[in-house]
Design a protein. Structure first.
Length: 375
């Protein structure tokens, strides 16, 4: 029996999460696994009603469960940043989910926007560092030049050139945001990436950065990658600059096997990755603490426009459920889910609008369940 914390969230979140649960239940019935789903109301509605985003006692409750399953959060009525930082990022940090694992896998029957590319060309993992880099939350807006010396900030924190004379005429307002990585934080993500390569039979790990410009942070990033790679002599390694990666994902996705990336670049390149695997409706992600409590979610947002319309594609969420089962050590049940999804996609009869069909969210969930039940 697994206890799973569930946060359906906002927009399409509740609709897709219930399909995910339905499918996990069906697969668990086959292998004899039971689940106890513990629902939490957090998200925009709860926040607007109560002013509460994610209280500490809820985190403590979740800590006593085996995993977290999240739909989506975000709502136009709430200022950007609140739910993202105080709910999603708070959980990632609180549970030290230092891996954001995002498989980029194109399944048969799914249209790919890249001409001439099929499932044999798009099948790799992005391992996104999930607790450091520009996500550490160190930054400020300096509105009042007399409050702190803007010039001093410029000298001490920035090492940038400002060609404009900030003391003359115009506004002296500045803002800064700092990216921080640690040797230990980098080591553990590199180790995860190499171990994943080993486990999945991949033979190359690509490290992404921008070490030609952001030399301090990504200089350390590179050094640690090289250190750790020394323990994996059978695995080929390379560095790619992030700008080049966005080009190569499109031009030559078959090159990639395991890609390890700092947090912010990982955020960006996995949206691109989602497109080449057939769209946001198909892209799952896992926020993983290998020895703690992990959280699984589709990487797309809450799509408020489609709320309550039974229109959104639940497959990303169903595949997030598959990742959760795998992380719980239930490989057989995870495979049952993935194989059922593969069959439904290959058949192409039941599919949502994003894949050119007209099926509803729940029809897709039902079709996956039927495959699991041998129908
Ligand atoms: C994601 C999202 C989040 C991120 C936001 C909502 C904080 O874009 O999971 O990719 O930037 O990590
Ligand atoms: Mn993102």
């Amino acid at each position: 029996m697994y206890r799973i914390s569930v946060i359906p969230g906002d927009g399409i979140g509740p609709e897709i999460i219930s399909e995910g649960i339905k499918v996990i239940e069906a697969a668990g019935d086959v292998t004899g696994i039971k689940f106890d789903w513990r629902y939490h109301p957090f998200g925009a509605d709860h926040y607007l009603k109560t002013g509460e985003v994610l209280p500490d006692d809820a985190l403590e409750e979740m800590e006593r469960t085996d995993s977290i399953f999240l739909g989506a959060v975000g709502d136009p009525r709430v200022r950007p940043g609140i739910l993202e930082k105080e709910l999603l990022l708070k959980m990632r940090f609180y549970f030290d989910q230092y891996v954001n694992l995002r498989p980029i896998k194109l399944y048969p029957g799914v249209p790919c926007p890249l001409q001439g590319k099929g499932p044999e060309h798009v099948n790799f993992y992005v391992v996104r560092e999930n607790t450091e880099d520009f996500y550490v939350g160190i930054g400020d807006r300096l509105r009042d030049p007399t409050h702190r010396s803007v010039l001093e900030i410029k000298r001490k924190i920035y090492e940038v050139r400002l060609d404009i004379d900030i003391t003359q005429g115009g506004s002296e307002e500045m803002a800064y945001q700092i990216g921080v990585i640690s040797r230990e934080g980098t080591r553990r993500i590199m180790e995860f990436a190499f171990e994943l390569a080993k486990k999945k039979g991949k033979t190359r790990v690509t490290a992404v950065d921008k070490a030609n410009v952001l030399t301090s942070v990504y200089g350390l990033w590179r050094e640690v990658f090289e250190d750790v790679s020394g323990n994996y002599p059978g695995i080929e390694t390379e560095f790619n600059f992030v700008d080049a990666v966005t080009m190569w994902f499109v031009k030559n996705p078959e090159w990639y096997q395991v890609v390890v990336t700092p947090n912010m670049f990982g955020d960006i390149i996995t949206d691109l990755g989602a497109m080449i695997q057939g769209g946001m409706g198909l892209a799952p992600g896992g926020n993983i603490n290998p020895s703690g409590i992990s959280m699984f979610e589709p990487i797309h947002g809450s799509a408020p426009k489609y709320k309550g319309m039974n229109r959104a594609n639940p497959i990303a969420t169903i595949l997030a459920g598959q990742m959760m089962l795998e992380q719980l050590g239930e490989q057989e049940t995870a495979d049952i889910v993935e194989n059922a999804v593969i069959e439904v996609l290959k058949e192409g009869k039941v599919r949502t609008y994003d894949l050119g069909g007209s099926s509803t969210t729940s029809e897709v969930g039902d079709a996956v369940v039927r495959k699991i039940e041998g129908g």
